[in-house]
Design a protein. Structure first.
Length: 797
């Protein structure tokens, strides 16, 4: 505000403008004469006054005559001014808004994104000034706003009021600044701003900001962002809305237009159990960004020694394309091993934490000893026998109750009778128990079968039949082994057909709680395979789950009580596991594909059941997580199942799990006992950040290595799969709105480009009357008196 304006406000007693405000003056009058009459009068007055003084003041100097003319004309015009009823209208105005939006989505946390040397140097200078160590687009954006105690914001504040927003999943107002002191107050809040949200909605966020200010559109929007939109409307699409509002966007690009360079190993799959001198296949996924066409080494290592066991050279595909690959290694000795699959580090790689994954494998010398027993040579028995005879990791024996006496002599896998000797029975790892007639098994043998599962941690799979299993086991020791209730089960008179058949539906427990239902190497393909498998034509439907049991697969329809019908169920019995198949028709999966799915399923089931016994771990417990890979912020659910009741304390929180992040800190998680399952403890590891983790049971203690599990936490796919700054999107949005796109090297140019903007009317003060203002009357009298005094001195009066 000029000194003259300040003086006038003081004279007219106009209240001074507040912070972020100004005043707009408008002169108004209501003269009774038409303009043309006023103009003629003014011309005539000037002419008459000049003529009069040329005639009367011939003895005065020229400048004195001019002064007298001016004073007389001034008095005349002041008289006209007073006759005009002149007044001053004072409008209170506000400074226009300027908006600063800082993108704080997940993609803004990409580590060290700058490959250009000039950008890297500028970013480092900004970060050092703001005392930030990590080079991320978000930190660079904050450093720009924090530099020189908020000089960027304070320069904008000279001509505007400020609204500051953060934008990830939605736009949220951080602060409104009117004075420099307001900027000082908001700087600590900006310094502590963290990335948030699993998605970026730049377009929707821009609309939200404009709607917030729809009564007074901002002069400009300054957007500090990488331009990446992962969900909803694109920024350039929303820019048309800003153009209609007359709001230009000045985009300051944070990040690098080049893709962030990164190599990543994911989804490593390997069997938990392997055998000496048998090849182990490690399936893994390799993805690369910024290294297309390069050749890298992928190595399998022994984590304890760091020794390379096998290495392959892989030529990388185009950016963003994943390669499903495998490494094969033949272990020469037995033991518990932690194997590492890692890819070599390349120059300028943004994230080196995802270059490796660890998997534990128990290498055994002996094969899995399997006993396949049934009363009749059903199709399930025949195809299983053929499959397992060919399986190199299985040592098979079979029992067929209705076989001829010569059968055992002719078939190398056949036994004369079901093992009645405890030592013989306990020598097996897994028993596949078909539609067996218990009339041929003594009660003692049935009790030993219980002991095989309960005490020896053996695996038992019971395959339903039309004659005995499971309804014939009611009231016997085998009833306790079943994961389903048979006390109320009813055998149908004609159970041979179920309409057009059905395909079982794999439950969440089946998909996430175990890997036995993985029939392909890809989860999406897996779902399609299960939908396309040949249907079952028969199942024993009159069973219900026991308490504590889980259904891995259910009938697609519910029963009359709207309860699910278990087709494949499992429960733990002491130290071992028991699975129940309510159907004997998995052999139908061989249609046109042979053992592709049938074989993979049964081998995985056998390995799953053999794990507790075959691993030979006397620790007596298993530590599991609900899945192997989590998104950032998703809670990790730990479960400990005690196979040996002697290890369980009476305390409700007697289990402690230690979680170790690779290259990071340790955290402790306490697990609580489930009321409905006394041997199971569960707990949650909350808010995990990106990285690979190794967890193990710290309490209670175990004689050997404690049970452990590995898992991985990743960024949301939408956020971190695209970490290259979207320059075309930022440029187009700025162009549409009449703004401009600037790089990190042009930060000061952004401020110079922001227009001044138009003041925003707020309110109108009461008009100030000028025609009767005391100063107007005093000036009129002063002019008349001054002229009279001069005329008297010149003797003109």
């Amino acid at each position: 505000m000029s000194p003259l304006q300040k003086t006038m406000e003081w004279l007219l007693e106009i209240p001074p403008a507040g912070a972020g405000q100004g005043t707009s003056w408008r002169y108004r009058s209501d003269f009774p004469w038409p303009d043309w009459v006023l103009l003629l009068f003014a011309v005539a007055a000037v002419a008459v006054v000049i003529l009069v003084y040329r005639r009367d003041a011939t003895g005065a100097s020229r400048w004195m005559r001019g002064l007298l003319v001016a004073m007389r004309l001034g008095a005349i015009f002041l008289l006209l001014f007073m006759l005009s009823s002149a007044f001053l209208s004072v409008d209170r105005t506000g400074l226009p808004y300027a908006v600063v939006i800082l993108d704080n989505s997940g993609s803004m946390t990409a580590a060290d994104p700058y490959q250009d040397d000039d950008l890297r140097s500028t970013a480092r200078t900004l970060l050092d000034a703001a005392d930030y160590e990590e080079v991320t687009p978000l930190n660079v954006g904050k450093a720009i706003l924090l530099r020189d105690e908020g000089a960027f914001l304070k320069r904008l504040l000279q001509r505007h009021k400020l609204r500051i927003y953060k934008l990830a999943g939605a736009a949220t107002k951080v602060a409104e600044c009117i004075t420099p002191e307001d900027v000082d107050e908001v700087l600590p809040q900006l310094r502590d701003l963290e990335a948030e949200g699993d998605r970026t909605q730049l377009g929707q966020g821009l609309r939200s900001v404009l709607n917030d200010l729809r009564g007074a559109p901002p002069t400009a929007i300054i957007l500090l962002s990488d331009g990446i939109t992962t969900e909803g409307e694109k920024l350039s699409a929303a820019a048309t809305f800003a153009r209609r509002k007359g709001v230009p966007i000045f985009a300051l690009g944070l990040g690098d237009a080049q893709p962030v360079r990164d190599l990543e190993i994911t989804d490593v799959q390997v069997d938990d159990v392997a055998f000496v001198n048998d090849p182990i296949t490690f399936l893994y996924t390799l993805s690369a960004r910024g290294y297309a066409g390069k050749t890298v080494s992928v190595t399998l290592r022994d984590e304890s020694t760091g020794d390379a066991l096998t290495t392959e050279r892989i030529k990388l595909d185009a950016d963003e394309r994943t390669q499903k690959l495998e490494l094969t290694y033949t272990p020469p000795e037995v033991g518990e091993f932690q194997y590492v699959v890692d890819v070599q580090l390349l120059p300028k790689e943004a994230n080196t934490e995802n270059n490796r994954q660890v998997r534990g494998v128990s290498v055994r010398k002996e094969k899995i000893r399997v006993l396949l027993a049934d009363s009749l040579p059903r199709y399930e028995f025949r195809f299983l026998k053929t499959l397992l005879e060919r399986e190199k990791t299985v040592e098979l024996k079979t029992v067929l109750q209705d076989a001829d006496a010569e059968y055992a002599d002719e078939d190398r896998t056949a036994l004369q009778n079901f093992p009645v000797n405890e030592e013989d029975l306990f020598s097996y790892d897994v028993i596949l128990f078909g539609d067996m007639d218990l009339a041929f098994l003594t009660e003692r043998t049935q009790q030993e079968l219980q002991e095989f599962v309960n005490k020896k941690s053996g695996g038992l799979l019971m395959i339903a039949g039309t004659q005995h299993n499971p309804i014939g086991y009611r009231g016997t020791p085998l009833e306790d082994l079943l994961p389903v209730q048979v006390s109320d089960a009813v055998r149908k008179d004609n159970p041979s057909l179920i309409g057009d058949g059905f395909r079982p539906v794999v439950t969440l427990d089946g998909r996430k709680g175990t890997s036995i239902f993985r029939l392909t190497d890809n989860e999406r393909d897996d779902e399609q395979v299960w939908r396309d498998l040949p249907p079952f034509m028969w199942a024993f439907e009159s069973v219900r789950l026991k308490r504590g049991a889980v259904a891995f697969a259910v009938h697609p329809q519910t029963d009359s009580g709207n309860e699910e019908i278990p087709i494949i169920a499992m429960h733990r019995f002491g130290g071992g596991k028991v699975i129940f198949h309510a159907t004997d028709e998995t052999w139908r999966w061989r249609y046109r594909v042979g053992d592709l799915y049938f074989g993979r399923y049964w081998v995985q089931v056998i390995r799953y059941l053999s794990r507790s016994k075959l691993l030979g771990r006397d620790r007596g417990a298993e530590l599991t997580v609900d899945r192997k890979e989590y998104m950032r912020g998703t809670p990790v659910q730990f479960r400990v199942n005690f196979l040996d009741d002697r290890l369980i304390s009476a305390s409700e929180t007697a289990v402690t799990v230690v979680v170790q992040q690779h290259g990071g800190p340790r955290r402790q998680v306490d697990l609580k006992r489930l009321p409905q399952a006394p041997t199971i403890f569960e707990g949650t590891f909350a808010n995990p950040v990106e990285g690979t983790y190794h967890a193990f049971i710290a309490s209670p203690t175990f004689e050997n290595a404690p049970p452990s599990v590995d898992f991985r936490v990743t960024s949301p796919m939408g956020e971190m799969r695209t970490v290259k700054m979207d320059v075309p999107e930022l440029t187009q949005a700025a162009k549409i709105t009449g703004g401009a796109y600037h790089t990190l090297l042009e930060t000061d140019d952004v401020l110079a480009a922001v227009p001044r903007g138009n003041p925003v009317p707020l309110e109108t003060e009461a008009p100030k009357q000028l025609w009767n203002f005391w100063l107007t009357f005093a000036l009129f009298v002063g002019l008349l008196c001054g002229e009279w005094i001069l005329r008297k001195r010149l003797r003109l009066v």
